[in-house]
Ligand binder design. Structure first.
Ligand SMILES: *[C@@H]1O[C@H](CO)[C@@H](O)[C@H](O)[C@H]1NC(C)=O
Ligand SMILES: *[C@@H]1O[C@H](CO)[C@@H](O)[C@H](O)[C@H]1NC(C)=O
Ligand SMILES: *[C@@H]1O[C@H](CO)[C@@H](O)[C@H](O)[C@H]1NC(C)=O
Length: 260
């Protein structure tokens, strides 16, 4: 009988322990959820730009309260540039024989138009409200890389991107295309809007879990991918960034502002 009691007590003890563990786990989850809710509340849910036409309802990233009104103004203008550069590219891609154009061939070789169109569309209009842009150098990497980092994707939170002060200094609007430097010299992320598009590719809902990835490191490799490996050129971040900048350059100036 003593043995039975001991067992029953053991059972009661184990049950109580399980209950306590469940309570603690529940509490932890509740705290995490609460913290997420708090971060979500900071900054407006959606950002409106003055854009009209296709994708004018695009849902942009949220902007953290650590960004002051000057930052917000600059970032919102960059949002508008992301819209303009992607919608102009889509227009060009929709022209008859667009795949035979010099610019298309340069960046995608014989890559499939439907793939490129799909990525441009997604990049432009898949909702980005899950991404939070913050201006507080949360991990100190702006300070560690002065005059070099314009921003960074946070390791600690895959849905947060920090915009460094250097961004406002080093990045220019699309209206400066071909006048302040050129694509060959500075690369496509010189342009604030295209730099933001680059940062969007770091979130899984836009990269589609690495369907789009960073397969090349420099311009030569990027051009080479288009020429010899178009299956991957249409999946490579830099091929899109260069393509978008090059298409816009050709809008601004006949022949564009990319030296081959
Ligand atoms: C863009 O996405 C929004 C939702 O984020 C949707 O309401 C709108 O219809 C989409 N626009 C186009 C042109 O597909
Ligand atoms: C194409 O590029 C990808 C990514 O760099 C690489 O894994 C693959 O081996 C390349 N294919 C060819 C045929 O070179
Ligand atoms: C781009 O800039 C480089 C360096 O200043 C210059 O040599 C080149 O001619 C420029 N190209 C175009 C197309 O403007």
């Amino acid at each position: 009988m003593a043995k039975g009691n001991f067992r029953r007590n053991g059972l009661v003890f184990a049950t109580a322990l399980t209950c306590i563990a469940a309570l603690v786990a529940g509490l932890v989850l509740a705290i995490v959820a609460e913290r997420e809710a708090v971060t979500l509340k900071k900054g407006p849910k959606t950002y409106k730009t003055v854009t009209t036409g296709q994708w004018s309802d695009a849902q942009y990233p949220r902007i953290h309260s650590s960004c002051d009104s000057t930052d917000v103004d600059y970032i919102t203008k960059a949002f508008a540039d992301t819209h303009d550069v992607t919608s102009y590219a889509k227009e060009q891609l929709s022209h008859k024989n667009s795949v035979d154009s010099e610019v298309y061939k340069r960046w995608f070789g014989d890559g499939k138009l439907y793939e490129v169109l799909g990525v441009v569309e997604g990049l432009a209009n898949i909702s980005k409200t899950n991404l939070l842009l913050r201006c507080d150098d949360a991990d100190g990497l702006c300070a560690k890389n002065p005059n070099y980092y314009a921003g960074y994707h946070r390791e600690a939170d895959m849905f947060e991107t920090v915009i460094c002060d250097y961004f406002y200094e080093a990045r220019v609007p699309l209206t400066s295309m071909c006048t302040k430097g050129n694509i060959t010299q500075y690369g496509p992320t010189k342009y604030a809007g295209i730099d933001l598009l680059h940062r969007y590719f770091h979130i899984s809902s836009i990269s589609q879990n690495e369907f789009i990835g960073e397969f090349t490191d420099d311009l030569d490799e990027t051009l080479d991918l288009a020429e010899h490996n178009s299956t991957f050129a249409v999946r490579n971040v830099d091929n899109y960034l260069y393509f978008l900048a090059d298409v816009w350059g050709n809008k601004v100036k006949s022949g564009g502002c990319f030296d081959n």
